[in-house]
Each structure stands twice: as structure tokens, then as C-alpha cells.
Design a protein around this ligand. Sequence first.
Ligand code: PBG
Length: 325
Amino acid sequence: MGFPDYRPRRMRRNENLRRMVRETFLSVDDLVYPLFVVPGSSVREEISSMPGQYRFSVDRLAQEARIIKELGIPAVLLFGVPQHKDPLGSEAYAADGIVQRAVREIKDAVPELVVITDVCLCEYTDHGHCGKIERGEVDNDATLELLSRIAVSHARAGADVVAPSDMMDGRVGAIRHALDREGFGQIAILSYAAKYCSSFYGPFREAAESAPRFGDRRGYQMDPPNWREALREVELDIQEGADMVMVKPALPYLDVICRVREAFDLPVAAYQVSGEYAMIQAAGRLNWVDAERAMIETLTGIKRAGADLIITYFAVAAARVLGHG
Ligand code: PBG
């Protein structure tokens, strides 16, 4: 049936008609809010390349966690900036490291808020790479042991979910074994399964002080043109025991989100990263786009592509627009 018998505009004439035929629903249930934790006390400093986002000291987290909970956001994702960096990133797996203290603080204040921790070394190493360096390169297998220690220390502090973002081969299996061996069989793994080597991580590296001191991350993060490889990465992580798999960044990789969703039945997360956030905020400040509409439109697009969960710096702002339920 074609024009003039079928006129698609008939169902767009007012908001209630549009509501009746709407196909995708963005909900506060889908959102995960990333938080940056820094040393010190009473710190709440804005990240210059991410307007509206802050770095908090541990003592400011309880208040923030209550706001997040009140808005109905189910989960936070924690990143830490340590006091000291060294070649092996030892503060990443210290019992009283920055993230371990942050987890305890949030869990004490708001026990029902799901706490996901980013498991990686780049914020903690003095060279800024995501693993142990041997002869100028990140040594995959030597890094697995360190990542497992980080994950166990986060679980011990009370994290509900650990999220390895390093892109070492075999890390999901190594972390699953370590968690099970230490009695943390209930702790879930959200793997950054298809994490691309992206220009859009720029603002994050300022916020987390994690830019590599030499070279780049192309030797471990994925090459942007590849999608079949993303399916292999996801398959490996599922075989190794991932409970949820992530595609990151989101907007330039909607095709990958869609294909992962079609090929696998585990929950799929998408990470709308720092550069995606910064771009929308910058254009909004210049009045070149309506930032609030762009926020909802991009989040809806990521959901429509197939994401079950969206990690986004817009989580708080979006929850305010969406309201509860
Ligand atoms: C750590 C990590 C990064 C991000 C999340 N975990 C940075 C990177 O890989 O360089 C990026 C998140 C963002 O840009 O919002 N490896």
C-alpha cells in the first residue's frame, strides 16, 4: 500500500498519536552514571572539558550517591585518580586505594545503589598504559595477574560489578577465576568487550589523568573500521564468563551495538563516552544545537540500536528530563 492510501503523517499529528506508535522507550532504568574520585577532602571540581561533570573526593560521594538514588538511576561506574602512580599501578589494587574507599563510602550511604568499578591500570601507572610494560610494549599475560588483583580488591570493598576496560586478551577469564577463588562468585563482570581506540576519550583522559606518556593504545584497543572483530571479541568474553558486554564509544559504533544485540543474548551496554558528551555540551553552549534535545535524541538512538544499558555523563540530566519509571 502506497501513497495516497497510506499517509505516514496521519500518526504524527499530535503528541498522543505519536505516543501510541512510539517504538523505543528510554528509561531511567537504562542509565549508569560515571563518577571520578580524586584524593583530598571536600573536593568537587568541575572538569573543564566536560562542563557539568565533577571530580569528587571520597567524603563528597555519599551526598552525590543520594542524589543519584533519588533520581532513580540504578548504578554508578567508578573511576579513581590515585595519590601516587608507579610502573605497576599498585594503588589500583591497594586495600585502601581511592576506588576501594569510594566503594565503601557509597555502599555505606546508599547500599542499594549498584556500584560498578572500572578495572584498569592506566590511571594508576606512571607511563599511563593499561598494563605492565615489557620492552616498550604492554605485556598481555603479565597484566592479567594485576587486573585480577584489582577486581578482587574491588569486590572485597563491596563492588557489585567489575568492568575491565583494558582490552587485554583473556582478562575476563582470569578475573572470573580470581573472583571465584576468593569467594566472590556472585560478583558480575561487565566487560568492555568491543572497546575501540577512539579520539572521543580525550576529555576522560584529562579527568582521569590517564593519557599515555608514550605511544598510544592502538596495540590493544580495537581498530575503528572493524565490526566482525567486535563480534569475535564479544564471543570470547562471553565464553570466558562475562555477564554483560559493552560496546564503546556509542554513537560512532551504533552498527556494532546493533550487530552485537542481534548475535548474542546477553545484556548489551553502550558507553556514550566523554568526547560524545563534550561535543554536545560545546555545541549547546554555542547555541549551535539544543543540547537537551541532542542528549535525549542520542540516548534514544543508542537504545534503538539495541543497548540495554547506557553508561552516560548525561545520566543525571536525562533522569531529570525523564522523571521516574
Ligand atoms: C580506561 C578507560 C578509558 C575510558 C574508560 N575507561 C580511557 C581510555 O581507554 O583511554 C574512556 C571513557 C570516556 O571517554 O568517557 N582504560
